[in-house]
Design a protein around this ligand. Structure first.
Ligand SMILES: Nc1nc2c(ncn2[C@@H]2O[C@H](COP(=O)(O)OP(=O)(O)OP(=O)(O)O)[C@@H](O)[C@H]2O)c(=O)[nH]1
Ligand SMILES: [Zn+2]
Length: 380
């Protein structure tokens, strides 16, 4: 785990990382910042032609859906930055790449192997675009690669360790520090900070009042971070209002807990959420935009939330959410969701399409938000 966390930092800085799987050994690099020069450098270091590993979601965008999960595209010599972007996360690849070339790419797709899947997991954990440059290290180049690892220039990780990095070390959460912080809508609040085992993400439990006395279910909000909405009051979503309403509702219910989870952009990170917003400006909805970038409709995992509840001694909850996925995730983690309570923000011309997509495509229970809505993009 230790090496994996350091490898994630290197990938974010644009450095290659060595991933080993059994006898195979590959060099991995992020797409962000990659250029024609870096592709050819990778080829020289590895002694093999680099490939581009793509997620199943991105493969569907390229017209190659299927049950094979992620896959690997061998890159022809001279593949430049533009082409990498077109293939990895560009919009309308049938136009930018061209139908015939795409058909050629599809024919040359190879199923991803353990090291390729590990490379994608590392990219996701690093909150980078979920596509990776990978090159098999040849027998000839092996000693030189091993020398670079030995001298500390490159980090080496095992594919099985890397594939598990998305879990963040469930069951190994650290309770780090806490303080009393009065809020405008709830005076008696205790903020407790938890850190994941690999040190990459921190989450905060806000304990409002004194929940948990007696057998009553504890009012609970799982709130995924949204810098733009929570902090700046962005009109593109409903998060900021939901956050404030949740604090007030929990206070009105006699106390409870709000878990503020580091899952910005439904788990894709702020950099990718901003990319997704730009795609939405060209007409895509929130789910299609994420798919263009190679992500599924919701990349969040809730193991950490379950761990935080365990640490707080909470087993039965009244969950404030409109998202059935959160109810299911808690139940899967052994938390009894006794009741669900709706929690709304308000509708405006900027968030109507977003909320409509969540309601119609992701199954969020938002009908009450649209009641009587006469807006220009109202659901038909
Ligand atoms: N990828 C992506 N994420 C978004 C977009 N708009 C908002 N988000 C993120 O969506 C998440 C919303 O989190 P929550 O409000 O906790 O969860 P929810 O799934 O809407 O469910 P509720 O409990 O009903 O609010 C936050 O992480 C936001 O940053 C978007 O257009 N694209
Ligand atoms: Zn938001």
């Amino acid at each position: 785990m230790h090496q994996v966390e350091r490898a994630i930092f290197d990938l974010r800085r644009g450095l290659p990382v060595v991933v080993s799987a059994g006898d195979a050994c590959v060099l991995v690099q992020a797409i962000e910042g990659a250029s024609e020069a870096s592709v050819s450098r990778l080829a020289t270091y590895a002694g093999d032609t680099p490939s581009l590993v793509l997620s199943d979601h991105r493969l569907a965008v390229l017209g190659a859906p299927g049950a094979r999960g992620s896959a690997r595209l061998p890159l022809p010599e001279g593949t430049g930055r533009r082409r990498l972007v077109d293939l990895a996360f560009g919009i309308a690849p049938e136009v930018t790449v061209g139908r015939e070339e795409l058909a050629d790419w599809r024919r040359s797709l190879a199923p991803a192997e353990a090291a390729d899947r590990a490379a994608l997991a590392l990219m996701r954990r690093a909150l980078l675009i979920p596509a990776a440059l990978v090159a098999r290290v040849s027998e000839v180049q092996r000693p030189a690669v091993e020398a670079r690892v030995a001298e500390g220039t490159w980090l080496a990780v095992r594919s099985d360790q890397a594939e598990h990095c998305l879990e963040g070390g469930v069951g190994m959460l650290k309770r780090v520090s806490e303080a009393q912080i009065p809020l405008a809508d709830a005076f008696d609040c205790r903020f407790i900070l938890f850190r994941e085992a690999d040190g990459l993400r921190e989450h905060v439990a806000v304990v409002i009042g004194e929940p948990g006395s007696g057998d009553a279910a504890v009012p609970l909000r799982l709130h995924s971070a949204c810098l733009t909405g929570d902090l700046f009051g962005s009109l593109r979503c409903d998060c900021g209002e939901q956050l404030r309403n949740a604090v007030a509702d929990i206070q009105a219910l006699g106390g409870g807990v709000l878990l503020y989870l580091a899952q910005e952009g439904r788990g894709i990170g702020l950099a990718n959420k901003l990319r997704a917003y730009t795609l939405q400006d060209s007409g895509l909805d929130t789910l299609d935009a994420d798919q263009i970038l190679g992500f599924g409709e919701d990349e969040r995992r809730y193991g950490v939330a379950v761990d935080m509840l365990d640490a707080l001694g909470i087993r039965r909850v009244q969950l404030l959410t409109n998202n059935p996925g959160k109810v299911a995730a808690l139940a899967e983690g052994g938390i009894e969701v006794v009741e669900r309570q709706a929690l709304y923000g308000s509708l405006n011309d900027h968030n109507r399409r977003y909320l409509s997509a969540k309601s119609e495509r992701a199954g969020h229970l938002l009908d009450a938000v649209f009641e009587g809505d006469q807006g220009p993009a109202a659901r038909s």
